[in-house]
Design a protein around this ligand. Structure first.
Ligand SMILES: Cc1ncc(COP(=O)(O)O)c(C=O)c1O
Length: 400
């Protein structure tokens, strides 16, 4: 079939592909230890669900303004101010169909052929493809495990050219859990200002940070507004991935362009979901620390378990809910150990087939040699998965 150049520039999300493979096995009755999905395993809190039920009962099922209902735009600005210290007004906010949609739309209105977009690597799978779809060129800046996978302002400055239009900074990061410390974030903002480059902060995991890190937004920095775009989402913070509500905060002229694009594409985000998100923003936040405490326990178990496997190293993720172990020792002959496979994609396939463990290979994130394991799953499943991983890599050891 003849398809456009645009669509041929991108690939199906590799995380979605892993989830599909694991689901296929599960549907055949196989017990899969599933570390694939990047979504909370908690249900949406009751008060949010009840707000949606009420909205249905009150027939709030019509089109809404394209940029979202005004109470929600107000509530997002108030929430962001309270939680993260910004100062946006509703005219600087647009509600969209999830954070991914927000990012897609921002790229569509700001990036075109010839533009470069800087993306620290390892990166979330969708960033480069969204940039390519918009016609831009992704430029990767490597981060190091020794720095907690946090990018430095000096590395960003080196990557900037006359063509650089925008920097995507996702902190805490999917897949590494890396958190950019506030002082480094401000240095990065200064670099962006100096070179007239947009700084787009993806804050989807803002509230899942572990000691000593705290939720932080670069929008709280003085004088940030003209150069900063904030992407947020209720998906992870409020366990609402399926509701599809995200938002963008930024200069009014940008927000107007985003609303224009939505007016000719998705129109408004689902009306019922907007009322649910309104309750999320206005209501109690007490479920958030409960989830975070549970993630913290799982993080400890999974990182310790992974570190105990020979040939595997793993940093402590500063935030989000992913462990990102380096298994490159198993990809090359060395230390008396023959290579298990050439790539992590092969290892992931072997893990799924042989011990029924689903993980996402590092290649998907621009990080060959790594695996991503989501620990948004119960401690029992983590224990089971770790037992299988130990068995798998021990067999590799025994074969050496
Ligand atoms: C880094 C990052 N940004 C954005 C998103 C988009 O989330 P959503 O579209 O559900 O709001 C995700 C989802 O996995 C993510 O990991």
């Amino acid at each position: 079939m003849q398809l456009t150049d645009r669509i041929n520039r991108i690939q199906i999300s590799p995380t979605a592909a892993v989830i599909a493979e694991a689901d296929k096995l599960k549907s055949r009755g196989v017990d899969v230890a599933d570390f694939g999905p990047g979504e909370p395993d908690f249900p949406t809190p009751d008060h949010i669900k009840n707000a949606a039920i009420k909205a249905i009962e009150e027939n709030k099922s019509k089109y809404t303004p394209t940029g979202g209902i005004m109470p929600l735009r107000e509530a997002i600005c108030a929430w962001h101010k309270r939680e993260l210290g910004s100062s946006y007004e509703p005219k600087e906010c647009v509600v969209s169909v999830g954070g991914k949609h927000s990012i897609f739309n921002v790229m569509s209105v700001l990036v075109q052929k010839g533009d470069e977009v800087i993306i620290p690597a390892p990166y979330w799978v969708s960033f480069p493809d969204i940039v390519k779809y918009a016609g831009g060129t992704p430029v990767f800046v490597e981060t190091r495990p020794g720095d907690g996978f946090s990018v430095r302002a000096s590395a960003i400055e080196k990557a900037i050219t006359r063509k650089t239009r925008l920097l995507i900074l996702n902190s805490p990061s999917n897949p590494t859990g890396g958190v950019v410390p506030p002082d480094e974030f401000e240095r990065i903002l200064a670099v962006c200002k100096k070179h007239n480059v947009w700084l787009m902060g993806d804050e989807c995991y803002s509230h899942f940070t572990y000691d000593p890190h705290k939720p932080y937004s670069i929008a709280s920095a003085a004088g940030s507004k003209e150069h900063v775009i904030i992407i947020g989402s209720v998906s992870k913070t409020f366990a609402m991935t399926g509701w599809r509500i995200g938002y963008t905060l930024g200069p009014e002229a940008l927000i107007q362009a985003l609303i224009k694009l939505q007016s000719q594409s998705t129109s408004n985000a689902t009306s019922i979901a907007q009322y649910a998100a309104l309750e999320a923003m206005r209501g109690t936040m007490e479920t958030v620390p409960v989830m975070l405490a549970e993630y913290a326990k799982r993080r400890k178990r999974i990182v310790e378990g992974l570190r105990a496997i020979p040939g595997v190293t793993c940093e402590w993720p500063g935030g989000a809910f992913y462990a990102f172990p380096d298994i490159s020792a198993h990809l090359s002959n060395g230390a008396g150990r023959p290579a298990l496979a050439k790539t992590c994609t092969e290892i992931s396939r072997m893990l799924l087939e042989r011990v029924h463990v689903a993980v996402v290979p590092g290649e998907a994130f621009g990080a060959p040699g790594y695996l991503r394991l989501s620990y948004a799953t119960s401690i029992e499943r983590i224990e089971e998965g770790l037992r299988r991983l130990e068995r798998f890599f021990a067999r590799a050891e025994a074969a050496s």
